[in-house]
Design a protein around this ligand. Structure first.
Ligand code: GDD
Ligand code: MN
Length: 374
């Protein structure tokens, strides 16, 4: 370690911070630190593990290392999940002038880090140095054809939505000037896996980057968390970037699920009223509860995935709160529609639709506060 820090940013003690998001990577943290130590031996660096309270005890494993090594830091987030948001928090928690993000499963090539840092130092106009699998010299290692095809598709969609000429916008391996990142944080969506795309899309001016080749390694220990929900979150994040300011993501999802709920309502009603011959009122009551229950669970699993209610007690409380909110929403819906219909006699369809919209906004606003409240 250097003894004296001077005023010059680059001469200060800390050169580089490496943010490593983790979820169930206990078997990898020691190797990550050892490899960083080998790759960065000429630099002053720190590593920040940002762990989402992994059940396998990743955070504790990292703390065990930190006790003997001041270069290791640990942020353990409780009750929250998400790769992007974990990266953002980690990047905001360092004083280093440059911060890198790297996976915690040894799939990214840590020996590229000194070159990323040197590239940013040599050219002060650059904002980012990005590890790419798709420039000359890079590669995807032992990926099967299916994953190559999916990755190529995601890359094409990203290129259209964010309008960038990045060869590897999906890369989760890059280094950025911390000051640049910090300015962008209020604009970041923080949803899903695609933190780099988020950063590039959020910047008010085009960020200047270079791409450096690396070969994606095969995962040795543990398993990938990239599943269907992650693929869905990817599309949500892109939607958020393009249309999120017009119609917020959560509201769009909430409304879509609401529309499905209307389908459930009609199915149950026709089953009970038409097929089984119960009274219309009984059918309506049962159908209403079926639809509300359906909506509650779907919203809990998707719309509010990041603050999902778990456990019988929390679910029951949430369900009751949701039903109460929806009951008031239904009154608002009918009231508004009736009022509008009074004012403009002919416009029954428009009145009904506006009623539905008011009800939906009401349900959304109040349930986000009282059911999945923050
Ligand atoms: N804190 C936190 N919270 N970390 C997470 C979460 C989460 O919800 N989900 C995953 N991680 C961590 C993992 O523990 C790992 O260190 C890293 O994020 C990458 O997750 P993997 O599950 O290994 O993803 P992958 O290998 O399938 O995908 C990687 O390659 C993609 C390229 O196609 C990632 O780097 C992606 O960002 C990248 O797009
Ligand atoms: Mn991985």
């Amino acid at each position: 370690m250097r003894r004296y820090a001077r005023n010059d940013e680059w001469a200060a003690m800390l050169d580089l911070a490496v943010v490593v998001p983790t979820f169930n990577e206990r078997g990898n943290v020691a190797a990550v630190v050892a490899r960083l130590a080998a790759a960065l031996d000429r630099l002053d660096w720190e590593v920040l593990f940002v762990d989402d309270d992994s059940p396998d005890g990743t955070a504790q494993a990292a703390r065990d290392l930190a006790r003997h090594d001041p270069r290791v830091r640990v942020i353990q987030r409780i009750g929250r999940r998400g790769l992007s948001s974990a990266c953002i928090e980690g990047m905001c928690a360092t004083a280093a002038p440059v911060v890198a993000v790297m996976d915690g499963d040894l799939q990214h090539d840590e020996t590229l880090l000194p070159k990323m840092l040197a590239t940013l130092r040599d050219d002060p106009t650059l904002d980012l140095a990005i590890g790419s699998r798709f420039v000359a010299g890079g590669g995807t290692g032992e990926w099967d054809r299916d994953r190559v095809a999916k990755s190529a598709l995601a890359t094409r969609i990203a290129a259209r939505v964010v309008r960038t000429d990045l060869s590897d916008p999906m890369s989760g391996f890059f280094a950025i000037r911390t000051a640049v990142l910090r300015d962008l944080v209020p604009q970041l969506g923080g949803i899903g896996f695609k933190i780099l795309l988020d950063i590039i899309g959020a910047a008010p001016r085009p960020l200047r980057f270079v791409e450096l080749p690396y070969v994606f390694r095969t995962r040795a220990v543990g398993e990938s968390k990239l599943d269907h929900v992650v693929a869905m979150e990817y599309l949500i994040a892109l939607y958020d970037r393009r249309l999120g300011r017009v119609v917020p993501v959560r509201f769009a999802m909430f409304s879509m699920i609401g529309a499905l709920g209307a389908g459930v309502h009609m199915s149950v009603l026709s089953l009970l009223y038409v097929v089984a011959g119960l009274t219309f009122l009984t059918g309506q009551i049962v159908a209403t509860f079926a639809a509300m229950t359906f909506n509650f669970f779907l919203n809990n699993a998707l719309t509010y995935r990041d603050r999902r209610l778990r456990g019988a007690r929390a679910l029951l409380d949430g369900w009751v709160a949701f039903c109460l909110v929806c009951a008031v929403g239904a009154v608002a819906n009918v009231g508004v529609a009736a009022f509008l219909h009074d004012v403009r006699q002919g416009a029954w369809a428009a009145s009904a639709l506006l009623g539905v919209l008011v009800g939906a906004v009401w349900n959304y606003a109040l349930s986000s506060r009282f059911t999945w409240g923050r």
